[in-house]
Design a protein around this ligand. Structure first.
Ligand code: MN
Length: 245
């Protein structure tokens, strides 16, 4: 099996750095294997050394190349150590099949089974190794970050791990103030949802939508999308850059 390593371009450095060199945080929505979009996103992010990257989970399954995406994320962390990888429901499912050395079976989903068949059950060790590194949530001075959000109406700390990864009904509609905004992916929206108390940046990258990143604290959005030649869905793709605000 040929495995292609994906090399990400070096981070773009900002020419006119803001007067304060305070680190900002880029939260990146569900990638779902869309490694080309990931690469394009990093062509437009004005990432600086002091900034933190928070990947909001569901990095694999469904899209173009799940394993390539994991390699790309691993390489990115080599270049930029301040990378946080959150655990989404898709990572959670794959981890249940990981025994610390290999995957024993595939999760029960169409895209996971397709991946399993593609590698004839021999999914590279690097994937399990990376999965082990994922964490349920993250907090910094700007926000709480969890793949699918938090339990509405209760302090953040009372949200269970399962709820953070799999979501709770009514979360997106909630006006509850957790003290800091909750930043999440998971919900497959057409446009990013940006409210005072919560932000969702899963914008269906793997289903013809956008891969979205939001920067905190200024809430600037960075988005890339495939543009398809209608007859060759995955061949003639270009990222279309759309910056909002
Ligand atoms: Mn999800």
């Amino acid at each position: 099996m040929e495995i292609e390593q994906v090399i990400l371009p070096p981070p773009v450095m900002v020419e006119n750095a803001p007067p304060s060199r305070q680190g900002m945080t880029y939260a990146i929505g569900d990638i779902h294997g869309e490694v080309t979009l990931l690469r394009r996103l990093f062509e437009i992010l004005p990432l600086r050394e002091e900034d933190t990257l928070v990947f909001l989970g569901d990095c694999l399954n469904r899209g173009e190349d799940s394993v390539g995406t994991i390699y790309a994320l691993r390489d990115l962390k080599q270049q930029h150590p301040a990378c946080i990888f959150l655990r989404g429901n898709h990572e959670d499912k794959w981890l249940e099949c990981w025994d610390g050395a290999r995957f024993t079976h595939a999760p029960k989903s169409k895209s996971a089974r397709r991946l399993w068949r593609h590698y004839q059950g021999k999914i590279p060790f690097a994937v399990g190794d990376w999965l082990e590194e994922t964490r349920i949530d993250y907090e910094d001075k700007y926000a709480y970050y969890a793949h699918a959000g938090a339990l509405p109406g209760h302090p953040y700390a009372s949200t269970s791990d399962k709820e953070k990864m799999w979501g709770v009904e009514g979360f997106l509609e909630s006006e509850y103030d957790w003290g800091k905004p909750i930043v999440c992916g998971h919900w497959g929206l057409i446009d990013p949802l940006i409210k005072p108390n919560l932000i969702c940046v899963d914008t269906r990258a793997c289903r013809g939508g956008m891969l979205t990143a939001i920067r905190l604290p200024d809430r600037k959005l960075f988005q890339v999308q495939h543009t398809y030649n209608t007859s060759h869905k995955h061949k003639h793709q270009k990222a279309r850059m759309k910056q909002v605000k």
